[in-house]
Design a protein around this ligand. Structure first.
Ligand SMILES: Cc1cc2nc3c(=O)[nH]c(=O)nc-3n(C[C@H](O)[C@H](O)[C@H](O)COP(=O)(O)OP(=O)(O)OC[C@H]3O[C@@H](n4cnc5c(N)ncnc54)[C@H](O)[C@@H]3O)c2cc1C
Length: 235
């Protein structure tokens, strides 16, 4: 989902961020000078837009599991609180030629859910319980839901799902990239169990991907790697 035009975008963002007069963390107030438009995004979503000059909050917001990547400086960390927020953020990214780094559980070994100059979309604030439907045998989760929490819910119903072993790895990064674990010889990868996903495409359009809706996207999501085909808001 990234575009190979990072240099001009970074130059633009550095200039724009430097020009911000106030309000590094948006949410309830607008910056008085905001040529980059971050204030517009902040006003449009219910989640937060956290900018580099917000100090400790930005340091915390940009942190990932592999601390080797915590020195990187995204242009902003955006924390959507709904799928609609994600759509607005993706529209904003397209309009401003921003690269986007979606973040589920933040456990990428290679720091793929952060990068210099990107808009990190940290999906940990998306609301939603782990929803197990005994009638269909399907479980629905938000992207940052930890693997342990899924197992805990399913175990209560006498069910299970193949996953890796780290309890705090996020469902999205894990399933979209495959998801290999102790049950895989018996039950395959986590991605093999994906029935459908809701996805916000680059540009902001929300779609469902399943065997019957957008089947090509559904195929790509099952192991094609997180962050390549849109932002998944539920699986
Ligand atoms: C301690 C540890 C143990 C592990 N054990 C295993 C194991 O046993 N088996 C195994 O298969 N793997 C294992 N992994 C690897 C892990 O499954 C991957 O790193 C996985 O991608 C992490 O997912 P995440 O959502 O937590 O990470 P993130 O860093 O949030 O995301 C990983 C990638 O997916 C993208 N992404 C995240 N959320 C979304 C979304 N909602 N929409 C679109 N793209 C998204 C990100 O941009 C990034 O490219 C382990 C990792 C760690 C750190």
């Amino acid at each position: 989902m990234t575009e190979p035009r990072g240099v001009s975008r970074q130059t633009f963002l550095r200039g724009a961020i430097g020009a911000l007069a106030a309000g590094a963390v948006f949410g309830s107030s607008r910056a008085s000078a905001d040529p980059s438009g971050w204030g517009d995004l902040a006003a449009a979503i219910k989640g937060q837009v956290i900018l580099p000059d917000s100090g400790g909050q930005f340091s915390s917001a940009k942190s990932v599991f592999n601390t080797n990547f915590n020195g990187l400086t995204p242009a902003a960390v955006v924390t959507p609180s709904s799928a609609v927020d994600v759509q607005k953020a993706m529209e904003f990214a397209a309009a401003h030629n921003l690269k986007v780094a979606p973040r589920g559980g933040g456990h990428s070994y290679v720091g793929a859910s952060t990068a210099n100059g990107t808009m990190v979309l940290d999906l940990r604030q998306l609301p939603g319980d782990i929803d197990y439907d005994a009638a269909t045998g399907h479980v629905t989760v938000t992207p940052a839901t930890g693997l342990y929490a899924i197992h805990q819910t399913l175990a209560g119903a006498g069910r299970g799902i193949p996953t890796g072993t780290c309890p705090t790895v996020g469902a999205a990064g894990h399933a979209l990239g495959g998801g290999l674990g102790a049950q895989s010889r018996h039950a395959g990868l986590m991605s093999d169990q994906l029935v459908s996903a809701t996805v916000v495409l680059p540009g902001g359009t929300g779609v469902t991907a399943s065997a019957t809706e957008n089947p090509d996207l559904y195929w790509a999501l099952r192991g094609g790697g997180g962050g390549n085909f849109g932002v998944t808001t539920a699986l």
